[in-house]
Design a protein around this ligand. Structure first.
Ligand code: CA
Length: 225
């Protein structure tokens, strides 16, 4: 899951990034409102953590602009302790929740989990397709009583494929969602992870395969018996 952090207090911003990485999210961290808005408007994030007081463009403006442009990504606002007005304005502008500084890492993660659930993506702990089951909390892919552990990127790729079974997932979308805009990940990076996954699926003896639509993307299908 990709999370955007927009916070101009660099130490806090970087700490948030680390907390998120440890919790297996993929964060992008930026330090001013303009960069925040540019990234956020790409629509590739699952959750946006947004400070209110920011240089260049403040958090409230950012939410307003995003909603105006139909970017519906859930937004968690970070507000100062005594600024009730900001919270009200923020929620009115289209933010989904707020957190008052200072806060504990656990509380932040709980909010982020709740927001991503609200978005409808991680309601279930398991995704299934054919004879395969992906367990989201354990990062495992199983068939019957055989299971394999997936690395973070393998898991992200598999989760995207299994969230939209039979749909073709464009390569560019995989790259954007999993590697982000600045990573410079090349196509063949995706191919490497797809080939790891194919080996693991083969090891499980599954009937499912990751099929390639040339020059378009990947999709899941079940092999004929
Ligand atoms: Ca600030």
């Amino acid at each position: 899951m990709r999370v955007l952090v927009v916070e101009d207090e660099k130490r806090l911003a970087d700490a948030l990034g680390e907390i998120l990485i440890e919790a297996k999210y993929t964060p992008d961290v930026v330090y001013d409102g303009e960069a925040g808005y540019d990234n956020a408007s790409s629509g590739i994030y699952d959750v946006i953590i947004l400070d209110v007081m920011l240089p260049k463009m403040d958090g409230l403006e950012i939410v307003k602009e995003l909603r105006k442009n139909k970017v519906a990504t859930p937004v968690l606002l970070l507000t100062a302790r005594d600024s009730i007005e900001d919270r009200v304005k923020g929620l009115d502008a289209g933010a989904d929740d707020y957190l008052t500084k200072p806060f504990a890492a656990q509380e932040l993660l709980a909010r982020v989990r709740a927001m991503s659930r609200r978005q409808g993506e991680v309601i279930l702990d398991e995704l299934t397709f054919g004879d395969l089951t992906l367990t989201l909390s354990a990062y495992t892919l199983c068939r019957g009583d055989k299971s394999v552990h997936l690395g973070v990127k393998e898991f992200d790729v598999m989760r995207m494929l299994m969230s939209a079974p039979k749909a073709i997932i464009p390569k560019e979308e995989l790259i954007l969602k999993i590697w982000g805009t600045e990573s410079g990940a090349e196509d063949n990076n995706v191919e490497v992870y797809i080939s790891f996954l194919r080996k693991k699926i083969f090891f499980l003896g599954s009937k499912v395969e990751i099929a390639t639509m040339r020059k378009v993307g990947y999709y899941l299908k079940e092999k004929e018996a």
